[in-house]
Design a protein around this ligand. Structure first.
Ligand SMILES: [Ca+2]
Ligand SMILES: [Ca+2]
Length: 424
């Protein structure tokens, strides 16, 4: 650490190293505090003649399918300065992901893996509180006074796969600096990239004293500009600072847990028949069609899916979604056959995509003992429960799903004698 570097850093209180797992996919690099403090130390791009700033980082874990990248910004701009009546102001920020070029004496930004430019709604810094010393800072809920206001912006890099180490760069234009200087004063002159002062809780900084910086002022670099000025390149003397940023994996695809065949038995209620996941040993559904309902349960809430009947005579409705469940109504389900219903493109509300699942069911009316043939044994089971209340242990005998166990069910079993399913 050189004291000179600290003059670039917009001061803030130390932020606690209380870090947490990310709301989206699991983090593979995390230095954004889980509880964002009112402000964090930061690098002002206009104040330091900066076009791009970032770091070389190493990801933790093994997953490399990137999802969200979230970084902390610190805004020092006040709405009153610009006569603004809106709660935010818009500004584009570019996020660059580079391979690490190790061909030279020091790791350098290599080829671009991915880049995104997105215009974000930046919140204004709260107005000054005259009771703060100097009268220019704002007073946060913690009782302390701050000159900047910390918030996060998020890029969605779903679809980008990263190597173990990358160099990232955050770039945006200000009045005088950046790829295309704006040429006029604006709140972007008071927009800073937030910095962490602790090692990341996930992933690592293999060279903790370095950063990557494009600044137009030679003296900003630790080497006085000897290795180049106004280029995005390695700089040193950054301990303990690094960009406050979190890289999260793409949320995993939703996973199928179980499937049931669901029927409403009149006033007796709704009863689910659990279905075997073994395609070559499918469960027999003995309750009467031709309308059937299959409910697929996934490991997390689902928002979309595609349904296809891939075997048998049945027509599937568009799926409906309730929490983790995907319901598929089938019509025209013929008796004495196997039906396979497949789900694809299953997407969860947390952003997971690419889930799938399939279930194979044998439909054979009145095969209440599920032997794939209707015999006197099935008839005897129905007969033995006649006039009993339909409940969770005998609902399968209510083959017409009327809500009562009656001679009508017995009649259906009798009429179905000797019908059978083919070998599965
Ligand atoms: Ca049977
Ligand atoms: Ca019945």
């Amino acid at each position: 650490m050189t004291p000179s570097k600290f003059r670039f850093i917009a001061a803030a209180i130390l932020c606690a190293a209380a870090l947490d797992t990310w709301a989206q996919g699991a983090p593979i690099y995390q230095s954004v505090p889980a509880a964002l403090p009112p402000n964090v130390p930061s690098l002002g791009y206009q104040a330091t003649q900066t076009a791009e700033f970032g770091d070389l980082i190493e990801f933790g874990g093994t997953g490399r399918a990137l999802g969200n990248v979230t970084l902390v910004m610190s805004d020092w701009a006040l709405a009153s300065t610009y006569g603004a009546a809106t709660p935010t102001w818009n500004h584009p920020v570019t996020f660059n992901l580079y391979n690490v070029d190790n061909s030279g004496p020091a790791p350098a930004p290599g080829s671009l893996i991915a880049t995104q430019t997105h215009t974000f709604a930046m919140p204004w810094r709260p107005e000054a509180d005259p009771t703060c010393a100097g009268g220019t800072a704002w007073r946060a809920g913690d009782g302390n006074c701050y000159n900047g206001y910390a918030f996060t912006i998020t890029f969605d890099f779903t679809g980008t796969t990263v190597p173990d180490r990358i160099i990232y760069g955050v770039a945006y234009d200000t009045e005088t600096w950046g790829g295309t200087p704006i040429g006029a004063s604006g709140p972007y002159n008071s927009l800073n990239f937030g910095l962490a002062q602790v090692a990341p809780s996930t992933g690592s900084n293999p060279f903790p004293d370095t950063a990557y910086w494009n600044t137009q002022t030679p003296g900003n670099y630790a080497d006085g500009g000897a290795a180049g000025v106004g280029v995005f390149r390695r700089d040193t003397s950054w301990t303990p600072y690094s960009g406050a940023i979190t890289f999260a994996l793409s949320p995993p695809a939703p996973a199928l847990q179980s499937v049931v065949s669901r029927k409403v038995h009149g006033a007796a209620g709704t009863f689910d028949l659990p279905l075997s996941a073994a395609a070559l040993n499918p469960t027999t559904e003995p309750r009467m069609g031709p309308a059937q309902t299959l409910v697929f349960a996934f490991d997390k809430p689902i928002q979309s899916a595609t349904v296809t009947v891939t075997e048998g005579t049945a027509a599937a409705s568009a799926p409906t979604f309730s929490g983790n469940n995907v319901s598929v109504d089938l019509t025209g389900v013929a008796n004495q056959q196997y039906v396979t219903v497949s789900l694809s493109n299953v997407a969860s509300t947390d952003g997971g995509t690419g889930g799938s699942g399939a279930i194979r069911v044998g439909f054979l009316l009145a095969d209440v003992n599920q032997t794939r043939v209707v015999s006197v044994a099935d008839l005897a089971l129905v007969n033995a429960q006649l006039a009993q209340f339909v409940n969770a242990t005998n609902f399968i005998l209510d083959v017409n799903a009327s809500g009562t166990l009656s001679v009508a069910d017995k009649g259906l079993a009798n009429a179905s004698l000797t019908t059978a399913l083919p070998a599965p």
